[in-house]
Design a protein around this ligand. Structure first.
Ligand code: SIN
Length: 483
């Protein structure tokens, strides 16, 4: 932690109603690269979560009443502070999450871009007037903030997943309580410190860091003062949280698991496809919901593509995230390594071939070699489950129809990618893919201007873009009569 120049960013307890909480009960935050202890954080519990929700509820009246320009200015100030501290925030993120420093820096900029985006959108929360059925009436439509928003965010993007939810919520006039993943609370608490410095009033942005996921989750999904719940994480956990939200008929957005197909057609620019796949597969060591999971390659270019991919993959630099030039950091924990190992092994047992890698990397026990497997089929677990690791699994197909059928053969519908230079095929395939986001000749699709979200069991709701405020506002219709 001595690498962090601004010590004020290192916090050891939750941020509730503008104050830092202390507790005797503490939990460890550990560097996944070397398992060294980074910090001991006061562990918030369900009572703290309730206190945060009540603080957010109290702050709601004042925050939602502020002119949009004022909320916008405060978000801009927060954005500026984050960018000023980008280097420190990135180091903190790499230390607790493991991703290479260059990627961590990218994540800080990515998260901050949502705050900047929604600072601007706050001023454009337009309503509508609708022609009335008779002349003595006017129909006016206004958008109002839903109220207190509660969120649970994952460890794979400890900064950006909080920033893109909180930015939209605060811009709309909502107040916000987040429980960050217990593996990565430091980035969340540093964001809170900068929100505090930016002048965001007490109770508007709260961070509840603790290990009692069940207890805190119960409060965030069931408390009467919570109007809306937003979750990024696995589909299995999302389903449970949805059930809890159902009792209170809460507004909900869910950004859940993915199983992204990456299709390479025979008319594709293969070098561009390899480059796109390297980005879509190996970002964050393969630990993103939008990572290419099933790589479908048309048979006539299969071998050529596999050869080029193998060359690119051998050049990947696996190293501690703070080492210069690191491109693949550790996986988040031993469980993640075990899961990747088991998925790979069951594919090999089922007849797939190992072309590259295939085991832990010598850098450390949570590092996994970039691994290439060919001759995978749709029945293998590796084709059905999120790999969440640096393993690329290749499957051959013959026709466009077959590629589309294989790609859609999943309960998930978050992101899909395909490479083709045939304009007719581009439109046909883009329309046929049952996914919320489609990268066409592009491996990186995430940015603040675009609506991020999925269909099917990947969830609902959109984050970012002009659509991103919809999930944080209610539509109110005023019928003005007697005119
Ligand atoms: C995620 O993996 O959940 C988010 C990925 C992104 O924002 O690009």
């Amino acid at each position: 932690m001595q690498q962090i120049t601004c010590s004020a960013l290192i916090k050891h307890g939750s941020y509730i109603n503008g104050s830092w909480q202390q507790h005797d009960n503490r939990f460890d935050v550990v560097n996944p690269s070397n398992q060294q202890l980074l910090a001991k954080i006061a562990s918030a519990d369900a009572a703290d979560a309730e206190q945060a929700v009540l603080a957010a509820d109290q702050a709601f009246a004042g925050w939602s009443a502020k002119p949009a320009a004022e909320r916008s200015a405060l978000l801009q100030a927060w954005y500026q502070l984050i960018m000023q501290h980008q280097d420190d925030l990135a180091r903190l993120l790499t230390l607790e999450q493991g991703k290479p420093l260059s990627e961590a820096k990218g994540e800080i900029g990515y998260g901050a871009a949502y705050i900047q985006w929604f600072a601007e959108e706050a001023k454009r929360l337009y309503g509508d007037t609708i022609p009335a059925p008779s002349n003595d009436k006017r129909i006016i439509v206004q958008r109002q903030p839903v109220g207190v928003v509660a969120a649970i965010t994952p460890w794979n993007f400890p900064n950006a997943m909080i920033a893109r939810k909180a930015a939209a919520a605060l811009a709309a006039g909502c107040t916000f309580v987040v429980k960050p993943a217990q593996q990565t609370p430091l980035s969340a608490l540093a964001l809170a410190e900068l929100a505090h410095q930016a002048g965001i009033p007490p109770g508007v942005f709260n961070v509840v860091a603790g290990t009692d996921a069940k207890g805190i989750g119960e409060v965030l999904t069931r408390h009467a003062a919570v109007a809306k719940f937003s979750f990024t994480g696995s589909t299995a956990v999302g389903k449970q949280l949805l059930k809890q939200c159902a009792d209170g008929v809460k507004r909900v957005s869910m950004e859940l698991g993915g199983n992204a197909p990456f299709i390479v057609f025979d008319d594709a620019d293969l070098d561009a496809a390899v480059q796109g796949l390297m980005a879509a597969k190996f970002r964050n060591a393969g630990q993103t919901c939008v990572c290419a999971n099933r790589i479908l390659v048309q048979r006539s270019v299969y071998q050529a593509f596999a050869d080029k991919l193998a060359i690119a993959m051998t050049q990947l630099n696996v190293a501690d995230g703070l080492t210069d030039g690191s491109q693949i950091g550790p996986l988040i924990d031993d469980k993640a390594v075990a899961k990747v190992t088991q998925l790979q092994q069951s594919a090999l047992d089922g007849g797939a071939k190992l072309l590259l890698g295939g085991s832990r990397h010598s850098t450390g026990r949570q590092f996994f070699q970039p691994t290439l497997i060919s001759d995978v089929n749709a029945d293998m677990a590796i084709s059905k489950e999120e790999i969440f690791g640096p393993v690329a699994a290749l499957m051959a197909f013959d026709t466009e129809q077959q590629a589309i059928a294989l790609a859609n053969n999943t309960e998930y519908g978050l992101a899909a990618y395909f490479y083709s230079r045939d304009i007719g095929r581009v439109f046909r395939v883009a329309q046929a893919l049952q996914f919320g986001m489609v990268g066409i000749n592009e491996g990186i699709i995430s940015n603040a201007a675009a609506p991020f979200g999925g269909v099917k069991q990947s969830g609902y709701g959109r984050e970012g873009s002009k659509y991103g405020l919809d999930d944080y506002t209610d539509i109110k219709y005023l019928c003005l009569g007697g005119l």
